[in-house]
Design a protein. Structure first.
Ligand code: XIL
Length: 313
């Protein structure tokens, strides 16, 4: 079996992976990345972010991201854009610019309409990680200066730039039910009521082996009542190192359970893993003592997690 095929068989639009263009020189990596039986969509893990696309105000650079786009196009893969507005990987000229509200909203509008209009991806994470863990809004430069108006400006700009693109708000720790998921639910509800364009909720899915929430399916069903689509956008399930056979077996079950939650909720349209081989995972660099979160190990061998995904579909 193969992951993207398995997703399609149960009515999903894709199974896919994040990637970085600087990994394309690794021919063994590229061969599997291009395997559309496993991956029907690519997300650039870094190269569409603000610091890559508008490091200097008004000077847009798309070369790195276009390498990912061309890679996808050559193989008939879809693209997920990631992302327009985020507090991280944000150039200083935005975060430290001291702009007033009207100016910052205009900056958000220009950035989102330019980037979304340039790439014309099928799907966009327009706003990334707007919430705190307790469901209140994160105190980014955007929120501190504009309240939640930046969210509206970003979404409206994205819709204007590419009316066909599906527009998402994306966050982590909103897999299961809880305060942060309630925050997302309430935000999307209020945006819809106001007529702000919003098509989907992106559930990142950066999870931990043995600690995967049991309420994922219930939470996705609740999101679905808003009339939006849902995607698992950045799935990886990390473990404390060293790797053991027991942890790999638990990881398999964890992947299976997460995938089954998406499978069982029709509004969940697809799943993206945050790269596919442990060789290029972001986890070891960010979470001390943890790693091995992906379905292939660093030597490109399939782990039990791969079969777990297949069984989940
Ligand atoms: C990560 C990338 O994978 C890393 O290479 C980079 O150093 C930091 O960002 N949530 C997101 C992603 O929305 O953009 C992050 O990607 C992982 C967490």
């Amino acid at each position: 079996g193969q992951l993207n095929i398995a997703a399609h068989i149960v009515g999903k639009k894709y199974f896919g992976t994040a990637t970085n263009e600087f990994q394309f020189t690794d021919t063994r990596y590229r061969a599997e990345l291009n395997n559309t039986l496993d991956f029907g969509i690519l997300t650039p893990a870094n190269s569409m972010k603000w610091d890559s696309t508008e490091a200097v105000q008004g000077q847009f650079t798309f070369d790195a991201a276009e390498e990912v786009v061309h890679q996808a196009q050559r193989h008939g893969q879809m693209m997920r854009g990631h992302n327009c507005v985020w507090h991280s990987q944000l150039p200083d000229w935005v975060s430290d610019g001291g702009f007033d509200k009207a100016t910052l909203l205009q900056i958000v509008d220009t950035h989102c309409s330019t980037v979304v209009g340039h790439f014309r991806n099928q799907i966009w994470d327009v706003v990334n990680e707007p919430f705190n863990e307790d469901g209140t809004f994160r105190e980014s430069v955007f929120y501190n200066t504009t309240g939640t108006d930046y969210i509206e400006s970003a979404l409206r700009a994205a819709r204007r730039a590419d009316p066909k693109a599906k527009l998402y708000i994306n966050d982590y720790n909103i897999e299961g039910t809880g305060a942060k998921s309630d925050g997302m639910y309430n935000l999307v509800k209020s945006l819809k009521k106001k007529g702000v364009p919003i098509d989907g909720i992106g559930v990142q899915g950066h999870l931990i082996v043995g600690s995967v929430p049991t309420t994922i399916e219930a939470n996705l069903r609740k999101f679905a009542t808003l009339g939006v689509e849902i995607a698992l956008t950045e799935l990886d399930i990390r473990m404390d190192l060293p790797v053991t056979q027991d942890k790999l077996e638990q990881q398999k079950k964890d992947y299976q359970n997460v995938i089954a939650a998406c499978r069982n909720v029709p509004a969940c349209i697809g799943v993206t893993i945050w790269d596919w081989t442990d060789k290029y995972s972001w986890v070891p660099g960010v979470f001390a003592g943890q790693g091995s979160p992906l379905p292939w190990d660093e030597n490109y061998q399939k782990k039990p997690a791969y079969a777990g995904i297949m069984e989940g579909f």
